[in-house]
Design a protein around this ligand. Structure first.
Ligand SMILES: Nc1ncnc2c1ncn2[C@@H]1O[C@H](COP(=O)(O)OP(=O)(O)O)[C@@H](O)[C@H]1O
Ligand SMILES: CC(=O)N[C@@H](CCC(=O)OP(=O)(O)O)C(=O)O
Length: 298
């Protein structure tokens, strides 16, 4: 008699089959946020998932942040981290720290992927002229060397994918005068996903999705249409780092990325569950329809 536990495992594998077929050879951009990187065990689980995606025939690209780690180093050298609209105010000294810290995080991720048997190459947006920027302007003050992405040149990514490497990108780019700029990692992930016509863009963060009120667990929104998302932003429900994330989700959907998801990187294997099972997780951002998010009783 075959043990039920093993039969259940076989069921799970069979359930994954249509998803493996759907995504075979397709590009998936995974934005791995610094907030979900703090626990080493969880970090390993996230990277295991990405390695599994690669080994079953997907073409994952990791775009990572490291905002929390940058802030830790900014404080270590006696400065105070400052943000306007979720973007770091970046003077020359901060820019130097940002590049150093993200470069370190990048090589740690490269090492972790390679320790699991997949070849990875870490690059910044400077490499191969991938991310070309101009100075970003926001209401509320000058944010210094923060880049607005003007153009993406994905050639280096295609070359790496073609040679079967897993590209791992960190969000630093150059302007037309070859000055270095700090880029929000959500902006970078979205721009890259659009430029490579990704099948899917997944944001792994430290919360289980978009909330109408982050302090009230009952207000988690499993599916959010882009016009509803815009309304939530306009009405001030979205703050901090969720603001650039959600704006990028809207942009990605409008520009043709088929599936965009915000997932909890703290839940082991949340990405695998979302991709390979019929059970949804986190918040899925969907194409336009009439907004009706206000009344929970709707
Ligand atoms: N309405 C909201 N729903 C969910 N998260 C929100 C909301 N408003 C603000 N946030 C904050 O956004 C954070 C995620 O952004 P951030 O810390 O920048 O993550 P990452 O480092 O993954 O990019 C959450 O931890 C949460 O505190
Ligand atoms: C301009 C800007 O804010 N850049 C970000 C880049 C890193 C990042 O985005 O990291 P997370 O994804 O972990 O938030 C920063 O300096 O924190």
């Amino acid at each position: 008699m075959v043990n039920q536990k093993y039969l259940d495992k076989a069921e799970v594998l069979v359930e994954a089959l249509p998803y493996i077929q759907r995504f075979n050879r397709k590009i998936i951009v995974i934005k791995y946020g610094g907030s979900a990187m703090l626990d080493e065990e969880l970090k390993k689980k996230v990277i295991e998932d990405v390695v599994l995606l690669k080994l079953v025939g997907f073409k994952p690209i990791i775009v990572h942040g490291g905002g929390k780690e940058i802030s830790r180093w900014v404080e270590k050298v006696g400065m105070e981290p400052r943000f306007i609209k979720g973007l770091r105010v970046t003077d020359e000294d901060t820019m130097e720290l940002v590049e150093m810290v993200l470069g370190k995080v990048n090589k740690e991720l490269v090492t972790l992927v390679q320790s699991l048997g997949v070849k990875a190459v870490g690059v910044s947006g400077k490499d191969g002229g991938m991310l070309q920027v101009s100075k970003k302007q926001v209401e509320g003050g000058d944010i210094g060397y923060v880049g607005r992405i003007e153009e993406v040149n994905p050639k280096v990514l295609y070359d790496l994918l073609e040679k079967d490497f897993l590209p791992i990108v960190f969000p630093v780019g150059l302007d037309e005068h070859f000055h270095t700029y700090n880029i929000n990692a959500d902006d970078a992930a979205c721009a890259i996903a659009k430029s490579v016509n990704a099948e899917k863009l997944a944001f792994l963060t430290d919360i289980d999705g978009v909330y109408k009120d982050p302090d009230d667990p009952k207000t988690l929104i499993p599916e959010l249409y882009v016009n509803e998302a815009e309304q939530l932003i306009e009405d001030g429900y979205i703050g901090g780092g969720m603001l650039p994330k959600l704006n990028n989700c809207i942009d990605a959907i409008r520009c043709g990325v088929s599936r965009v998801h915000i997932l909890d990187g703290r839940i082991p294997h949340s990405m695998l569950l979302e991709i390979f099972t019929d059970k949804g997780a986190g918040t899925a951002i969907l194409c336009e329809r009439e907004a009706k998010y206000y009344n929970e009783e709707d």
